[in-house]
Design a protein around this ligand. Structure first.
Ligand code: GDP
Length: 482
């Protein structure tokens, strides 16, 4: 019966949104990606560009002058934090620093006044919803029992690239008896070791992507709650005796699914119309083929999670909601422009395989390489050598130097292979990360740069430089501004 009530509530919510949409055309755009993929920077740059009119030649509605203006407006959901646009923009423009990254879900509403292609004045409301991609990767857990999840997770942690990262956790696991009486301290210690293992997998040098449960890495408001104080157990034979550690862990795992994963999907994901998935492909490429394969598996899981809604009662009443998904490889400004198309082809290859395996139909999917805020510029040194110029963040280190955050350097950013297949082969002739043109800048590939220096002109703050952000906008909302 409660299931029925839940469906009725969802249906009335969807009807209400459907009705509102007739009077006030609205696009609900989800922005996701794993931690540090570039969500905050992307939203800040996109909103700034729409509010003040960025340099967006490929975004037809703006380039042809049909957009009269855009303004921020109070968001529709009172219980979701507002995306801190002003603070993020100040960090970028005034502090010349990167804004604080996404830690939880947030929302921002923007209203765009435009002239339709037939000449009448109209409004499009754009609701942007920012949320950690880690949370999406939890959806497969809904179909997994605690026992199956434990087995899969432990098996994965014994694979070659992960085993040494899991050593501490495995030691703890070996002495845990699932049949022992339940014990809060043992559960906490196990959860800590397990979380530490997940964190080291995420570390830049390994850059693994597929690491559920997502809230262990991005807890949001749930840090330290019992719903996050569990971990896999080994040697689960027979059934869990009541009062045992096993039964306790299983109960918490089930609460995590019921109280965290299901509501998140129902209240947020099922209501999205469009989705952009930001991918820090360069970090995965730098870490090597294992990280790339892992990223590919994560992309499959992400696509799968957008598919689930299609089988629900809601989708029988209304057509599937998400009808466009854009995968965007961010930080393309860390490459020379001659590599942008190559990066795009690598992402296309990753995504098209994922789309095939996830049996994804009914939505338009595109892949691009972009930079929301271009932190570097190109320079010509010594003829044909490709170089980029930028200011490394204070404290960054490379080639035995520590940077002060003030001085510019010129580096050869390395090259991507023409043939995307080489990325997927670890053997001889395979891609081994973005090797630089000269061996002594091998570790320059991990450098992070400060946002660009923008001069204030008489007309105010100039547009933020970007790479292909306009193409992203055109794909995501261009058709709704016709
Ligand atoms: P989030 O965790 O997905 O919200 O990631 P952020 O948007 O906070 O970005 C994480 C970091 O990536 C930033 O602090 C920057 O160092 C870097 N970054 C993000 N976008 C860009 C970009 O367009 N160009 C460059 N060079 N770096 C970027």
């Amino acid at each position: 019966f409660s299931n029925f009530l839940e469906q009725a509530r969802l249906t009335s919510q969807a009807l209400l949104e459907y009705g509102n949409n007739l009077f006030e055309p609205t696009v609900r755009l989800g922005v996701t990606g794993l931690s540090r993929a570039g969500k905050t920077v992307f939203i800040t740059a996109l909103v700034h560009g729409l509010l003040r009119g960025g340099r967006f030649p490929v975004f037809e509605a703006l380039a042809s002058g049909r957009i009269a203006g855009a303004r921020l407006s109070p968001q529709p959901d009172d219980t979701i934090p507002r995306f801190a646009y002003e603070a993020h923009l100040d960090a970028l423009l005034k502090g010349r620093e990167w804004p604080e990254s996404t830690k939880q879900i947030s929302e921002l509403r923007l209203v765009i006044d435009y002239q339709s292609q037939s000449g009448s004045m109209r409004e499009l409301t754009l609701d942007i919803v920012d949320y950690p991609g880690e949370w999406l990767l939890d959806l497969p857990l809904l179909n997994l029992s605690y026992e199956d999840w434990s087995r899969q997770t432990i098996h994965l942690s014994q694979q070659k690239d992960r085993a040494h990262l899991a050593a501490d956790w495995h030691r703890d696991l070996a002495i845990l008896d699932p049949l022992a009486p339940e014990n809060e301290l043992a559960a906490q210690v196990a959860a800590q070791h397990f979380t530490q293992y997940l964190r080291s997998c995420r570390d830049e040098r390994f850059a693994l992507s597929l690491l559920p449960p997502g809230r262990f890495l991005m807890p949001g408001e749930l840090a330290d709650s019992p719903a996050l104080t569990f971990a896999p157990l080994d040697r689960l034979d027979g059934s869990a005796p009541s009062g045992s550690l096993w039964a306790m862990m299983r109960r918490r795992y089930e609460s995590y699914k019921d109280a965290v994963v299901r509501p998140f999907y129902r209240d947020h994901i099922a209501r999205l119309d469009r989705q952009v998935v930001l991918v820090d492909a360069l970090t995965a490429l730098n870490a090597g083929p294992d990280a790339v394969h892992d990223l590919e598996r994560a992309l499959i899981a992400i696509l799968d999670s957008f598919n689930i809604g299609r089988n629900s009662i809601l989708s029988a009443l209304f057509s599937p909601r998400i009808d466009r998904i854009l995968f965007a490889a961010t930080k393309a400004d860390l490459l020379h422009h001659t590599s942008h198309d190559k990066l795009e082809r690598i992402l296309e290859r990753l995504v098209s395989d994922a789309a095939k395996r996830a049996d994804f139909t009914g939505a338009k999917i595109d892949a691009i390489a972009m930079a929301s805020v271009r932190a570097t510029r190109e320079a010509n040194v010594g003829g044909s050598l490709q170089a980029i110029v930028g200011t490394p963040l204070a404290g960054e280190q490379a080639g035995g130097r520590v940077f002060d955050g003030q001085s510019e350097i010129v580096i050869h950013p390395g090259d991507l292979p023409d043939d995307p297949e080489r990325i997927f082969n670890g053997g001889d002739g395979g891609f081994r990360g973005l090797a630089s043109a000269s061996s002594d800048d091998a570790d320059y590939r991990f450098l992070r740069f400060r946002p660009p220096l923008l001069e204030r002109t008489e007309a105010g703050i100039p547009a933020l430089p970007h790479i292909r952000l306009d193409r992203a906008l055109e794909f995501l909302i261009g058709d709704r501004l016709r």
